[in-house]
Ligand binder design. Structure first.
Ligand code: HEC
Length: 125
């Protein structure tokens, strides 16, 4: 019984580190710039700054952020981030700034990948 509990806990830890939640990714990567609005980054919670971004739409905004936009480095500068991880962090930030988005489903991820490949500055996993 004790062994089972240990196995379960270890299993939970490894899935947790394999795929970070949007909030974790935000805290460890994106908040470095987006919490304070560094270098012109849209500050989380600034609904005015986010309003026009949210209107661009989740698919487009996520794909373009993943590729990098002006002072925004591709994948927020964390090369190992996957598209679903990056997209979840975008959802977390947008929802703190006036959006009501959900993490993208497979169909939306596919559209994002197509847009990323088209610009072809970054590979989408
Ligand atoms: C080194 C600083 C920095 C980090 C780290 C960073 N960003 Fe940004 N981000 C920026 C800046 C600066 C902009 C504004 C770019 C512009 O419009 O000129 C931006 C813009 C964006 C946009 C709007 C893109 C658009 O189409 O206008 C999104 C979405 C975004 N970031 C998501 C993220 C996510 C998600 C992370 C974490 C995985 C992240 N950023 C990490 C600096 C950063």
């Amino acid at each position: 019984m004790k062994k089972l509990a240990v196995t379960l806990v270890l299993g939970m830890i490894s899935t947790w580190t394999l795929s970070a939640t949007g909030e974790e990714t935000y805290q460890t990567v994106c908040a470095n710039c987006h919490a304070q609005g560094l270098a012109g980054a849209p500050k989380v919670g600034d609904t005015k700054a986010w309003d026009k971004l949210i209107k661009e739409g989740q698919m487009q905004l996520t794909a373009d952020g993943f590729n990098g936009v002006r002072a925004m480095p591709a994948k927020g500068g964390r090369a190992e981030l996957t598209l679903p991880e990056f997209a979840a962090a975008v959802v977390h930030m947008a929802n703190l700034s006036g959006a009501k988005w959900q993490e993208p489903d497979e169909a939306m991820l596919k559209k994002m990948r197509a847009r990323i490949e088209k610009r072809n500055t970054s590979s989408a996993k």
